[in-house]
Design a protein around this ligand. Structure first.
Ligand SMILES: [Zn+2]
Length: 97
């Protein structure tokens, strides 16, 4: 079977490079709102994070998504994104088994 090359992306928190599909994508939409993009296909500027609560916490603490997406996010935004991230991570965990 021919191996398909998957794009590599790096996590904004730990800088580790991984397969695009192994990372969770955050996107800044046309409305300027940042949200999690479970499909990885939404239009807009994107930033990637590992499916790891530690990376989400680090991004939130240091406002790493602000820089990556060139927006200004509030603590509330990070709380919302953090819970979206956590729920996706738990979904992934259960589907792996
Ligand atoms: Zn990471």
């Amino acid at each position: 079977m021919p191996q398909k090359k998957t794009p590599q992306r790096s996590c904004v928190a730990c800088r580790q490079t991984a397969d695009k599909r192994a990372l969770l994508r955050f996107v800044r939409g046309a409305d300027g709102q940042v949200h999690l993009d479970p499909t990885g296909r939404a239009a807009g500027r994107g930033a990637y994070l590992c499916a790891d609560a530690a990376c989400m916490a680090k991004a939130s603490k240091s406002h790493l998504l602000d820089r990556a997406l060139r927006v200004r996010l509030t603590e509330q935004d990070y709380q919302k994104l953090g819970s979206e991230h956590a729920s996706l991570v738990s979904q992934q965990d259960s589907s792996v088994v």
